[in-house]
Design a protein around this ligand. Structure first.
Ligand code: FAD
Length: 300
């Protein structure tokens, strides 16, 4: 069991965590230690690393876990796509043996063309229950949730009932999908309260820096609510190529500038809301994180 449960810390004070991914290029791999050093300068409570559904990047995830562990607390994302019970047990045992006892238990996004997990577990809740039955309290377990409901859900209420199920099976806290719409988040959080969901919530924010980044993260898989003030950032800088198709770097720079200020302002609005933690999707970009934190004044 972790010495201090992160979820207990979340109940006592506002936490800060970052999310990175295993780099896909040699250049990215070379840069990552420096990125982690820079992120660590902000004294995060932990840094998490994504895990490719179907175990496509297990080795890379383990290397990143090692780099994070050398600096601070590490949390691995873990999906049950394509895994048997035995496969899950072996991998989790490996994490424990290498000092990783904090996990974000996910179903995972289906690889292209898949319609199910093709494994022993159909849902993240099955994974949470299995981890608790196999490993007791040895893992701190986070689970994912999306304000408004996951894209595949029957209804928001149904989705919330499954989130409650994850809590009942032993989840320690929630990390949310990108939450740009604070008003939408407030309504959702009230519904969680009514459903008896009492575990702490880590609110996910991705620094807004590029049009493609926002569009991809919000719409490729997640259907995130986009509030008017974020829509304005997109609209103000939408045309970032001239009529001949040449890129306009000054428009991209202006987007980043307005996007970072929007992100810092959003962060501050969340801080005044009294949430448990902020999970910044750092996406291996320490400079963006630095700017958002500097402009917001949080942890600097
Ligand atoms: P589930 O909780 O299983 O929910 C999926 C759907 O099934 C929902 O519609 C829900 O309402 C429904 N449902 C849930 N439980 C049950 C049940 N017992 N019976 C019937 N229906 C049920 N993906 C990756 O592949 N790798 C990552 O590293 C990764 N990191 C992420 C980090 C964060 C912070 C977040 C928020 C998401 C991340 N994802 C990642 C994406 C995530 O895997 C997807 O959103 C995925 O589609 C659903 O995962 P889940 O754990 O929410 O699934």
């Amino acid at each position: 069991m972790p010495d201090i449960r992160f979820s207990d810390t979340m109940r006592e004070r506002m936490t800060l965590s970052f999310e990175v991914f295993p780099p896909k290029t040699e250049k990215g791999r070379e840069k990552l230690p420096r990125v982690l050093d820079e992120l660590n300068d902000f004294h995060p409570d932990y840094i998490s690393c994504t895990y490719g559904a179907g175990g496509s990047n297990v080795r890379e995830n383990r290397s990143v876990m090692h780099l994070i562990r050398e600096r601070t607390q590490a949390c691995t994302h873990f999906t049950c796509i394509g895994l048997t019970r035995e496969g899950v047990r072996e991998q989790l045992q490996y994490y424990l043996e290498t000092g990783v006892d904090h996990i974000l238990a996910l179903r995972g996004d289906f690889p292209f063309g898949w319609t199910g997990t093709r494994g022993d577990f159909a849902h993240a809740s099955d994974l949470v229950g299995y981890i608790r039955s196999e490993f007791g309290d040895r893992f701190e377990i986070a689970v994912a949730a999306a304000p408004g409901g996951h894209v595949d859900c029957i209804s928001e209420d149904d989705d919330i009932s499954w989130l409650r199920h994850k809590q009942d099976l032993g989840a320690d806290y929630i990390i949310t999908q990108l939450c740009y719409d604070l008003e939408h988040f407030k309504v959702w959080r009230d519904k969680l309260d009514k459903a008896g969901i009492t575990i702490p919530i880590d609110v996910g924010i991705m620094p807004v820096t590029t049009k493609n980044g926002v569009m991809t993260q919000c719409f490729s898989r997640n259907a995130c609510a986009v509030p008017r003030d974020l829509a304005l950032v997109l609209t103000h800088h939408w045309f970032d190529q001239d009529p001949e198709g040449n890129e306009l770097p000054e428009v991209k720079a202006a987007f980043r500038e307005e996007g970072l200020s929007y992100s810092a302002d959003l962060l501050n609005r969340y801080l005044t809301l009294g949430i448990n933690g902020i999970h910044l999707y750092a996406l291996n970009r320490a400079d963006d994180v630095r700017e958002v934190l500097k402009r917001s004044g949080f942890r600097v």
